[in-house]
Design a protein around this ligand. Structure first.
Ligand SMILES: Nc1ncnc2c1ncn2[C@@H]1O[C@H](COP(=O)(O)OP(=O)(O)OP(=O)(O)O)[C@@H](O)[C@H]1O
Ligand SMILES: [Mg+2]
Length: 270
């Protein structure tokens, strides 16, 4: 049975340490004449996994891109740890502790596992004028540590990424995202291209992130995996938030109806 009461709207940014990690409030995004997001609120709690669902074009990627600093909202505010923040670009988001794994993982095929984990932030042993020497051993060691934290086993750090499976590549991208010890990892359709077993491994990774105290926003079109992984499910429908539900109080059929219908419902706390 579904509780259909509307979720109470809280005052912005009053959360502080006891409130959510992230509060997006009244986010509106227009692309020319198209309103991709219309006055959308999104909260993410500490160590919470939020599943973000909606049909193609519902606005999921647009919403997380605003949080990731890849897009700017036309209207609305973002609070992080209770403070209003202005996220100008991806670097700004990373600095706050928000890491994003986009669907096109941007891994370098011809570089090995360790190299991909450190892509763009290679550690140098020393430099000789303009020539820098990578601290290969130290990079491998740190890479191994990160993979261990996430329970990812690779026989060799020197395996070229082009020889890995889709699930292993996804795991590398996730592992890379926690290098900076973020508070929030955003995963935009991490299982879209994966077989069932590989998807399950990625879902396990999400649990491991949560176990590390990291909050996760997880986008997927596979509602079964969202139900098994998320603490809360947020539903978008043509740029509007139409649901904010706890998985145990709803079911797949109901969420599908919200995705294609259009009535706001909530069983979430608060
Ligand atoms: N850069 C852009 N320029 C113009 N329109 C855009 C842009 N990005 C997204 N849109 C439009 O905004 C709407 C929301 O797109 P968005 O990519 O956020 O949807 P989505 O929920 O992620 O869909 P999918 O499940 O297909 O990935 C769509 O109508 C899309 O065409
Ligand atoms: Mg998308």
């Amino acid at each position: 049975m579904n509780n259909t009461s509307t979720r109470t709207v809280q005052g912005g940014g009053s959360g502080g340490a006891n409130g959510p990690l992230v509060e997006m409030k009244g986010i509106t995004k227009r692309f020319g004449g198209l309103t991709a997001l219309n006055n959308v609120d999104l909260d993410v709690g500490y160590s919470e996994v939020v599943g973000l669902v909606g049909d193609n074009g519902a606005g999921k990627s647009t919403l997380i891109s605003i949080l990731a600093g890849a897009l700017r909202q036309n209207d609305g505010k973002i609070y992080f740890k209770g403070e209003e923040v202005d996220i100008h670009n991806p670097e700004g988001a990373k600095k706050l502790g928000i890491e994003t794994v986009y669907q096109d993982l941007a891994l370098a095929d011809n570089i090995d596992v360790a190299g991909n984990l450190f892509l763009g932030r290679e550690e140098y042993r020393f430099s000789l004028g303009p020539v820098k020497f990578l601290a290969k051993g130290e990079m491998e060691e740190r890479a191994r540590e990160i993979l261990e934290v996430l329970n990812i086993g690779f026989d060799s750090m020197r395996t070229k990424v082009r020889n890995l499976s889709g699930g292993q590549r996804q795991a590398i991208a996730v592992a890379r995202s926690i290098f900076t010890e973020p508070d929030l990892v955003i995963l935009d359709e991490p299982t879209a291209a994966l077989a069932v077993e590989e998807s399950n491994r990625v879902l396990k990774l999400i649990e491991d992130l949560q176990g590390q105290g990291i909050s996760v926003i997880f986008i997927s079109h596979t509602l079964q995996e969202v139900f098994s992984t998320a603490d809360r499910i947020v539903v978008l429908n043509q740029g509007n938030k139409v649901g904010d539900l706890q998985p145990e109080e709803t079911d797949v059929d109901h969420v599908v109806k919200l995705m294609i219908g259009g009535r706001y419902e909530s069983t979430a706390r608060g």
